[in-house]
Design a binder for this molecule. Structure first.
Ligand code: C2E
Ligand code: CA
Ligand code: CA
Length: 611
C-alpha cells in the first residue's frame, strides 16, 4: 500500500511521539505503526515491538486517562476531517500531555503525544501572574482613589493656605499681599499666569488703565477709645462688608493696613466713574456712621509707573485729612510737587543747621491802649539758595517729626537769650521776648537744664522772657509737661498759650496750665470786624474772662485799622500783626529800640525791597 509506505517513511524520520492508528468503526482498531519517540512516552509503557506486533486500539485507550475519550475524538476527526487537540494530566507521571489527533485517510488516524508540562506550567504562571496583576490593578485603583482623596485634601489645604495668605483675617477681603501681587501682575503682564483673568470668550483681560482709591477710616482711634479695641474692629469689619458690596469683575477691595483700604477699579471708562464710585462709597459709609478720607490716582494718566499710584493716592488722601476729612480728592501734580519740596526740605534741614543758615527775626507787639511796645516774638527764618525763603510753617512740622526741632529750638533759645541780654545791656530793654517752644522740644528731658544754662550764660532778667506753647503739648504725658511749665513759671518766666481758638481750645486748659498770656489766633482776628460776625462776640468773652483770671491777651495777625478798633473796644490788651509791625531782622530791631521810628516794617510802609 502506497500510503502505508509513505507514512512508514515519515514515521521513521519524525522526532515526535507519533502513532498511526487504523480506526475501524465500532470495532477495536489497531495501531499500525509509530515513531520511536512514541514508545518513550513513559505513561503508555508500550514497547515498539508490542505495537508493531499488534498493539491494539483499546490497549492504547486503556492507558489514557478516562476523560480523554479517544474513541469520540477519532470519530470526530474521521467525520469532520478537522484536527482535535486534547490536553490531560497523566496521573502516572504527573506530567501534562497533549494529544493531537489528525485524519490521514478514511480510516487512518495520526495521534501525536507531546509533553506540554512546561507550556502548561508557563500557562499557569501566566495565569497566576494574571491573577496577581489583577490584584495589583485592583490595589492600584484603590490607591489611586486614595491618592485622589489625598490630593483633594492637599488641594483644599493649598486653597486654604492661599486664602489665608491673601485675605485679611478681620474683614475677609483681600489683603496687602494680594494687592501687591495684582499690581505686580499689571506692571509685568504674565508674571502670574495663574492669576490671569479671562472674559466670557476665554480671552485674557488686558488691564489698559485702573483707578486706585485709597481710603482711611476717619477717627478710628475715637471708636477704639470709646468702646475698646473690639469696637474699632467692628468698624473695620463693617468697612470690609461695605467695600465687598462694591466688588465686581472689575472692582476689587483690599484691606491695605490698619484702617487703610483700597478699591482698585480696572479698565474704567472715565475719571467720573471713579468719583461716582468714591461718592457712593462715602455715602454708604456715612449711613453707617463711618467717615472716610480718600485719594484717587489714575493709571496711566497720572503716571505710567504703577508703583506711583499708591503714593499719589496717599498724597491726595493726606490733603483731604488736612481739609477736614470725610471726602475724596483726585491726585493733582501740585501735590507731588509739594511732596517733593517737603522731601527736599527735610533733606536740607541738617546741613542748614550745620552751616548756620537759620536766622532769628523779631515781630513787635504793642499795647493797644497806649501804643507802647510790649516786646517781640522771635520767629525763625531760613533762606536756601535753591528753594528761597522756606516758611517755618513748612519746616517746623518736619523738624518735629524727625526731632531735629530739639537742636534747632535749642539754637533759637540760645540766640534769643543772647539777643535779649544784648538789648537789656545796650538799650535798657524792659519789654518781653517771646520764644516759640515746640511740644517735642519741651518734652525733651534736658529742656529745663538747657534753659537754666542759657539764662546763666547770658544773665538775662527772667521776667523778660516768655515761652510760647501750643495745645500740641496735650498729646501725651501732660502731667510731666505741666510740672515742667510750673518750674518755668516759678523761675519767673512767662508762659503764653499760642493760637488760641484753633484746635480744641478747651477752656479747661486755661485752668490746668500756669499761663501768663493768651494769644488769640489770627483766624479769629481776620473776621473780627465783620458786621454781625460771631468772632467779635467770642473774642470779647474770651478777653474778659481771661483778663479776670489775670492773664495778658494778645491778638495775632492784626492787619487793618478796623480790626484794631474792635480790639480796642473789647479791651484786648495787646496786638501783634503786619499793621503795626512785621517780623524784622535784629539790625532793624536794634534801630527801633534805639529810638529810630522809621526802622519798622509795617503793611503801611513796606516797599518792594523790604516786603
Ligand atoms: P506763630 O507762632 O503763630 O507765629 C505767628 C505767625 O504769624 C508768624 O509766621 C508771623 O510771621 C505771622 N504773622 C504775624 N503777623 C501777621 C499778620 O498780620 N498777618 C499774617 N497773615 N500773618 C502774620 P511765621 O513766622 O511764618 O511762623 C509760622 C509759624 O511757625 C509760627 O506761628 C510758629 O508756629 C512756627 N515758628 C516760627 N518760629 C518758630 C520757632 O522758633 N520755634 C518753633 N517751635 N516754632 C516756630
Ligand atoms: Ca507764636
Ligand atoms: Ca500764633
Amino acid at each position: 500500500m502506497q500510503d502505508s509506505l509513505d507514512y512508514k517513511r515519515i514515521l521513521s524520520a519524525v522526532p515526535h511521539a507519533v502513532a498511526v492508528v487504523r480506526a475501524l468503526r465500532n470495532q477495536d482498531g489497531k495501531i499500525v505503526d509509530c515513531a520511536v519517540e512514541f514508545t518513550n512516552i513513559s505513561f503508555l509503557s508500550f514497547t515498539r515491538n508490542e505495537i508493531v506486533t499488534g498493539g491494539t486500539y483499546s490497549s492504547f485507550i486503556d492507558r489514557l486517562p478516562k476523560d480523554v475519550a479517544f474513541l469520540e475524538i477519532c470519530e470526530e476527526v474521521i467525520r469532520t476531517g478537522y484536527k482535535v487537540t486534547k490536553t490531560f494530566l497523566s496521573s502516572k507521571t504527573g506530567r501534562w500531555v497533549q494529544l493531537i489527533v489528525t485524519g490521514l485517510s478514511d480510516d487512518l488516524i495520526v495521534g501525536e503525544l507531546s509533553d506540554v508540562s512546561h507550556e502548561k506550567q508557563l500557562e499557569q504562571v501566566i495565569q497566576r501572574q494574571d491573577i496577581r496583576n489583577m490584584k495589583l490593578t485592583e490595589e492600584l485603583s484603590l490607591t489611586r482613589n486614595e491618592m485622589r482623596t489625598k490630593l483633594g485634601s492637599i488641594q483644599a489645604l493649598n486653597q486654604q493656605l492661599h486664602y489665608a495668605a491673601f485675605h485679611d483675617g478681620l474683614t475677609n477681603i483681600f489683603n496687602r499681599a494680594w494687592f501687591n501681587r495684582v499690581l505686580a501682575g499689571i506692571k509685568t503682564p504674565g508674571a502670574f499666569p495663574e492669576d490671569v483673568e479671562r472674559d466670557a470668550n476665554g480671552d485674557e483681560i488686558v488691564v489698559k488703565n485702573f483707578g486706585l482709591l485709597l481710603l482711611d477710616v476717619d477717627n478710628l482711634k475715637n471708636f477704639n477709645d470709646a468702646g475698646g479695641h473690639s469696637s474699632g474692629d467692628e468698624v473695620l469689619r463693617k468697612m470690609g462688608k461695605i467695600l465687598h458690596g462694591f466688588e465686581n469683575e472689575r472692582i476689587t477691595a483690599f484691606r491695605f493696613e490698619g484702617d487703610e483700604f483700597i478699591l482698585l477699579a480696572k479698565n474704567i471708562s472715565s475719571r467720573e466713574e471713579m468719583s461716582l464710585l468714591g461718592y457712593k462709597l462715602i455715602q454708604t459709609a456715612n449711613q453707617q456712621e463711618i467717615g472716610l478720607s480718600g485719594g484717587i490716582s489714575i493709571y496711566p494718566e497720572d503716571s505710567a509707573n504703577a508703583d506711583d499710584m499708591l503714593k499719589f493716592a496717599d498724597m491726595a488722601k493726606s490733603d483731604v485729612k488736612k481739609n477736614g476729612k470725610n471726602n475724596i480728592y483726585f491726585f493733582k501734580q501740585v501735590m507731588e510737587d509739594r511732596f517733593l519740596r517737603k522731601m527736599l526740605i527735610e533733606s536740607k534741614l541738617d546741613a542748614a543747621m550745620k552751616k548756620d543758615l537759620f536766622q532769628l527775626y523779631f515781630q513787635p507787639q504793642f499795647d493797644v491802649a497806649s501804643g507802647a511796645l510790649r516786646g517781640f516774638e522771635a520767629l525763625l527764618r531760613w533762606h536756601d539758595d535753591d528753594l528761597g525763603w522756606i516758611s517755618p510753617d513748612q519746616f517746623i512740622p518736619l523738624a518735629e517729626e524727625s526731632r531735629q526741632v530739639v537742636p534747632l529750638g535749642q539754637w533759637v533759645m540760645d540766640t534769643a537769650l543772647s539777643t535779649l541780654a544784648r538789648w537789656e545791656r545796650e538799650f535798657g530793654f524792659e519789654g518781653i521776648l517771646s520764644v516759640n517752644v515746640s511740644p517735642v522740644q519741651l518734652k525733651s528731658p534736658d529742656f529745663l537744664d538747657k534753659l537754666k544754662e542759657g539764662i546763666e550764660k547770658y544773665g538775662i532778667k527772667n521776667e523778660h522772657l516768655e515761652v510760647e506753647i501750643t495745645e500740641g503739648i496735650f498729646i501725651d504725658n501732660v502731667q510731666e509737661t505741666v510740672r515742667k511749665l510750673n518750674t518755668i513759671r516759678e523761675m519767673g518766666i512767662g508762659i503764653s498759650l499760642d493760637d488760641f481758638g484753633t484746635g480744641y481750645s478747651a477752656l479747661r486748659y486755661l485752668q490746668i496750665l500756669p499761663l501768663t498770656t493768651l494769644k488769640i489766633d489770627k483766624s479769629f482776628i481776620s473776621n473780627i470786624d465783620e458786621e454781625n460776625g460771631v468772632e467779635a462776640n467770642i473774642t470779647e468773652s474770651i478777653v474778659s474772662m481771661v483778663s479776670k483770671m489775670g492773664l495778658d491777651t494778645i491778638a495775632e495777625g492784626v492787619e487793618n485799622d478796623s480790626q484794631l478798633d474792635v480790639l480796642k473796644k473789647i479791651n484786648c490788651h495787646n496786638v501783634q500783626g503786619y499793621l503795626k509791625g512785621k517780623p524784622m531782622p535784629t539790625d532793624l530791631c536794634d534801630r527801633m529800640l534805639a529810638g529810630d521810628s522809621s526802622a519798622i516794617l509795617t503793611v503801611k510802609n513796606v516797599t518792594p525791597e523790604n516786603s
